[in-house]
Design a protein around this ligand. Structure first.
Ligand code: NI
Length: 174
């Protein structure tokens, strides 16, 4: 396993639609392990493959509290089977948009199918924080960031600030 670097927005690699995996073979399983390790190291509760530069439909999620047993989910080709009409609001953040947060409304309960790290087909029912986290990561697979759910005005303000921070970092590195 290896910790990969996380791509910071704005970046065209975060805006593309990722490809489905044919099966979870050794290469995909290795990427899933890297994704999970990178997520834990950040630390974060979710990470999607395109955020580490792999345009495939793979996500990692673990919403367990810090002092509880880890509950890692490694999901390939996550597919939404059903979503409640009832919504749930959470102040979301994203490892690709460091230090920015916004209240986002998403379905409170979902059912999702996926392939796990052993290529076994599974289904999961999730609610509230876990549902939000899975949906946030699934959005990444379609090039959607949480800021795409808020007003363009607020989104552009956040992205402009991130561009400034990136430029400062480039100057420091030069
Ligand atoms: Ni994210």
């Amino acid at each position: 396993m290896a910790i990969r670097s996380i791509i910071i927005a704005p970046d065209p690699r975060l805006k593309i639609r990722s490809k489905r995996v044919k099966e979870v073979d050794e290469t995909t399983a290795k990427l899933m392990a890297d994704l999970l390790e990178t997520m834990y190291a950040a630390p974060g509760i979710g990470l999607a493959a395109p955020q580490i530069g792999a345009a495939i439909r793979v996500i990692a999620v673990d919403t367990a509290r810090k002092d509880d047993e880890p509950t890692p989910l490694q999901m390939a080709n996550p597919t939404l089977l059903s979503a409640s009409k009832e919504l749930w609001t959470y102040e979301e953040g994203c490892l690709s948009l460091p230090e920015y947060y916004a209240d986002i409304k998403r379905p409170a309960k979902i059912r999702v199918s996926y392939l796990d790290e052993t290529n076994t087909k599974r289904e999961i029912e999730a609610e509230e924080l876990l549902a939000t986290c899975i949906l946030h990561e699934m959005d990444h697979l379609d090039g959607i960031l949480f800021v795409d759910h808020i007003s363009a005005l607020k989104r552009n303000m956040i992205l402009r600030k991130l561009v400034k921070i990136k430029k400062l970092k480039e100057q420091d590195a030069a």
